[in-house]
Design a protein around this ligand. Structure first.
Ligand SMILES: C[S@@+](CC[C@H](N)C(=O)[O-])C[C@H]1O[C@@H](n2cnc3c(N)ncnc32)[C@H](O)[C@@H]1O
Ligand SMILES: [Mg+2]
Length: 276
């Protein structure tokens, strides 16, 4: 699939807390003129401040919907109902051509797909659903009877993710749980009848990767051979997580160099296989 250059360049790094809004499609001409210079100037922090604080506040002021709602609308209008790959391709097209968004994206997504296929999991966990993009990617590869449990703390994002997954026809494979991961994880055994996870995708707030991994261990939710995949270990970066999984002696690790979603900036996925 070939894509045009994004109209709205992505920041070199981005915040998970300030991801909600950019500008409506009809305004992107002046938005592009406004936001382009700082991103090409190489000043990382001014780019972040400009994009996440200034533009977001302008967008919040002018818009009557959010970027996540616009992604959902674009899917509903352009993807094929019941066709998960069409949903994935349609979101990628939107994010390349209209607005950048923090889905794992097509490039890292195809690495993720390969790991899911190699793992052939029965029970999967995702932390950070956002618009449901990675949930669709993972769930469409699951064998019959396998399921994905996806934890999302933001109710607005969760509502979008549910509709995206339903439109893809994967609602029987994906169960969403609302709440912060550190509160949900201890409930998974009893309330959600989980024994252990075969596959875990970490793509929520980066500071939570290490404590949540340790929580999964202490709650007995990992078994020998459980496969953890962490996104954005280079950008925004998860150095504490990399140090933990690489040096604790509890995991066998593989790094998959790639790029930040819908951009040329360097990023990577880290696979960590629990030794039990
Ligand atoms: C990068 S996005 C997830 C992208 C998604 N995995 C995809 O590739 O399509 C991160 C999401 O994690 C959620 N999040 C952040 N911290 C969280 C936490 N502690 N528990 C659950 N969700 C969290 C945010 O609300 C946001 O929707
Ligand atoms: Mg990510």
């Amino acid at each position: 699939m070939t894509h045009r250059r994004p109209l709205w360049p992505s920041p070199d790094k981005y915040s998970w807390h300030l991801d909600r809004a950019t500008l409506p499609a009809q305004s992107r001409g002046w938005h592009h003129r406004l936001c382009a210079p700082p991103f090409h100037g190489g000043c990382l922090y001014s780019s972040i401040l400009w994009h996440e604080l200034v533009l977001e506040r302008i967008a919040d002021f002018f818009m009557d919907n959010t970027k996540e709602q616009r992604i959902l609308n674009y899917v509903l209008q352009n993807a094929v109902k019941g066709d998960p790959q069409s949903v994935v391709d349609t979101i990628d097209k939107y994010c390349y051509e209209k607005e950048w968004a923090m889905n794992v994206g097509d490039e890292k997504g195809s690495i993720l797909d390969k790991i899911v296929l190699d793992t052939n999991p029965s029970m999967c966990l995702e932390m950070g659903a956002y618009c449901g993009y990675s949930a669709v990617r993972i769930a469409q590869l699951l064998k019959p009877g396998a399921r994905l449990l996806s934890i999302e703390k933001n109710p607005a994002n969760l509502a979008i993710a549910k509709q995206v997954v339903e439109f893809a026809g994967l609602q029987d494979k994906v169960q969403f749980v609302e709440g912060p991961s550190n509160e949900v994880i201890p409930q998974l055994k009893k309330k959600y009848e989980v024994d252990t996870f075969d596959f875990v995708f970490l793509d929520h707030i980066k500071d939570a990767y290490t404590p949540d991994t340790k929580l999964l261990e202490t709650c007995g939710l990992l078994r020998k051979g459980s496969v953890l995949v962490a996104d954005n270990v280079i950008c925004p970066g998860a150095p504490e997580f990399l140090q933990y999984v690489r040096t604790s002696g509890r995991y066998d690790c593989t790094n998959y160099p790639s790029h930040v979603e819908y951009s040329k900036n360097k990023d990577a996925l880290e696979k960590a296989v629990f030794r039990g």
